[in-house]
Ligand binder design. Sequence first.
Ligand code: PDD
Length: 287
Amino acid sequence: MTSKNYIKMIVYFNDKYIPHDEVKISPFDRAFLFSDGVYEALRTYNGKLFRLDDHLERLKYSLQQLEIPFHDFHQIEDISKTLADINKIKTDYSVYLQISRGVSFPRTHNYESNLTPNVFAFVKPIKDNSKEIKAGVKIILEKDLRWLRCDIKSTSLLPSIMANQNAIRNNAYEAILFRDDFFTEGSHTSFFAIKDNKIFTAPLSNYILNGITRKVVIELCKENKIDICEEYIYVNELKSFVEFFITGTTTEVTPVIQIDDWIVDDGKPGKITRKIQQLFFNAVKQV
Ligand code: PDD
């Protein structure tokens, strides 16, 4: 296993806190065989999990859609805090939580309703993204090859991984995906575009994840009387927009300054994007 920054990390696995390299899991776990599992990615601000209730609601939704019987939502805050304490993390941190359907043997596509989910979590200090937040990033455009239930936060992520790998290969931060003639979202972010002082982002549907940062941005726009439209951004209209940004739990509100070879406007983050960033960072400071 590669671990550039960690010699050892204590992780959570089924009620135990153990070194990351001591976790043992059966290859018959259905997440290993079928990607039959869901996950959440959260973070803290000032040591407190940001929008925990929204993340739990989304997790509950994903689990219900897949009929995975996990109900111990109340433990998640405690697990995160304990992991941060044991790992002596003094800064804000991100939390990865994964729940697989569990082990079934022998391998069959269908599942029994009585399997025991495997629950895995780890935390790590938030990576410094101040450079991207300040200067903005390049994105590339990729065909959306994902399935038709992107509203479920499933661990089945290969099309997203391929798209993001292609972005990194092209010195970009993220790949924004299009389905037919409209943009859906990024490989791991939500996508926003601005024209005529109006912000556009794809409407909630089975084509996108219900991003929590997206939700926060929409709320902030409404509170501050900034026009926000949950409407598709069409591929053939891309160049009529003057500003773009992407959002996500760790990406926060990151300006987009280049799309493929197109330098947007003057290659600097736009004014409205700056305003949204300011509103967002004020809001998270107050939690
Ligand atoms: N990704 N869209 C997709 C496809 C995502 O995977 C994510 C999050 C988002 C942004 O959602 P939120 O604002 O709730 O983080 C949008 C997480 C961070 C991940 O895959 O690790």
